[in-house]
Design a protein around this ligand. Sequence first.
Ligand code: FES
Length: 101
Amino acid sequence: MGCVYFLPSEIECTIKNEQSVLELALKHKIDLDHSCGGSGSCGTCRVFLSWRKIAGAQPVDPPRGDVEAAMAEDRSFEPHERLACQIEPVDGMIITVPEYI
Ligand code: FES
């Protein structure tokens, strides 16, 4: 349980049993591209991950799985650039969805 905060929409979403940040976003009608439907092959669900300031232990970014790691290497992602379909939602996450003009 817990909450994920999405920017720039400023929508806070309560985590229930969603398997990915993408699933959580779509459930709350947050505009987040996902051309491949969440298989980790398109990269359109790329987001930026940061964390709410919480007293005590600093949260650690979840490790990349093989699918995400391959794309991150191929496209030279920064450490905080993640695929929303490949990371589980965790309390305290701030997910920034890039705006394309
Ligand atoms: S939806 Fe295609 S990589 Fe995430």
